[in-house]
Design a protein around this ligand. Structure first.
Ligand SMILES: C[S@@+](CC[C@H](N)C(=O)[O-])C[C@H]1O[C@@H](n2cnc3c(N)ncnc32)[C@H](O)[C@@H]1O
Length: 293
């Protein structure tokens, strides 16, 4: 610390020492030194310095915090390798997004890209997971890009989701290690007031499974009710009541199973169950409450 003779101007016991950071005091300018063990998060600060791949030999510490990334030409090449054709223009290079994911996330993080395009981010997450055995998850959102002249275009289904499907399917070569379970979902807008009339059971099923943290499964519309019983909780959506459902609920009640049962008309189902003590939850109120949070 700068001082005059033996008496320093700044001593650790002085109040508001931060005030002097960056200011000229005596013969110098104090700066703030922070030690890694004092940081609140273990993640490295993100580097915003991007070095092109072809200049990577110029970096003094290749294991440091620099981002070494390819170009859009690399991106176009990757798209061609996966799709066999130029399925998407202006994709980002995987190396760039991979480095951003690697530097800014931990192994169990959830990565959201709401302009996902060709799902470069999904591949980047799969690559980082493959490298460190992490369990990062991702949500890729993209529009269909349908227009009046191309009403059936669905970029999200045919490129965004398809890239993930293809990477999962490849089991040789440089993509062999990449895998990610995923579900392809479409969204649409529904008025809260019209939820009972407009939401179909398959949509309610997906929302309820997601709400309970269960892996998403396809709802069997041929059945009056569906059950998800593969995890440590049981989820039932009762679209219609039949004898088989009543028997199943009796069994679950007797076994004191950890079960969540939803119905559009919980009162009616409860009446049909008679003395069987089972909580029946309303689909509509549950989802309205959840989506309004
Ligand atoms: C520049 S691209 C993203 C490129 C991506 N990083 C890649 O590497 O492929 C932006 C994407 O966002 C999509 N998009 C545009 N408007 C959108 C919206 N409102 N919601 C979701 N996606 C949208 C476009 O269809 C386009 O595919």
């Amino acid at each position: 610390m700068p001082g005059s003779g033996n008496a320093p101007f700044l001593r650790p016991d002085l109040p508001d020492l931060d005030f002097w950071v960056g200011k000229k005091v005596g013969f110098g300018t104090p700066s703030l030194k922070r030690y890694k063990q004092e940081l609140k998060t273990p993640t490295q600060p993100l580097s915003s310095w991007i070095t092109p791949n072809f200049e990577k030999d110029t970096i003094p510490d290749p294991d440091g915090n620099d981002i070494i990334a390819g170009t859009n030409i690399e991106a176009a090449k990757t798209i061609k390798e996966i799709f066999g054709e130029k399925a998407f223009n202006y994709a980002k290079p995987v190396s760039l997004i991979r480095e951003l994911v690697r530097q800014s996330t931990s192994e169990d993080d959830l990565i959201l890209d709401f302009f996902a395009g060709s799902a470069t981010t999904a591949q980047a997450v799969m690559e980082v997971n493959a490298a460190d055995q992490g369990g990062r998850r991702f949500i890729m959102v993209s529009s269909s890009e349908a227009t009046a002249s191309e009403p059936d275009k669905n970029l999200c289904r045919d490129v965004t989701a398809e890239r993930i499907r293809r990477l999962n399917a490849v089991d040789t070569g440089k993509f062999a290690e990449l895998s990610a379970e995923f579900a392809y979902l479409r969204t649409r807008e529904i008025d809260f007031d019209a939820l009972n009339a407009e939401l179909d059971p398959a949509e309610a099923w997906t929302a309820l499974e997601a709400m309970h943290g269960l892996p998403l499964t396809v709802y069997d519309v041929k059945r009056g009710w569906n059950e998800h019983g593969r995890e440590d909780i049981t989820l039932i959506l009762a679209d219609r009541t039949d004898e088989e459902l009543l028997a199943r609920l009796q069994d679950l009640a007797a076994a004191r199973a950890n079960a969540f049962v939803y119905s559009w008309t919980p009162g009616q189902l409860k009446t049909a169950l008679g003395s069987v003590d089972f909580e029946i939850r309303p689909v509509r109120e549950t989802l309205v409450k959840r989506f309004q949070q």
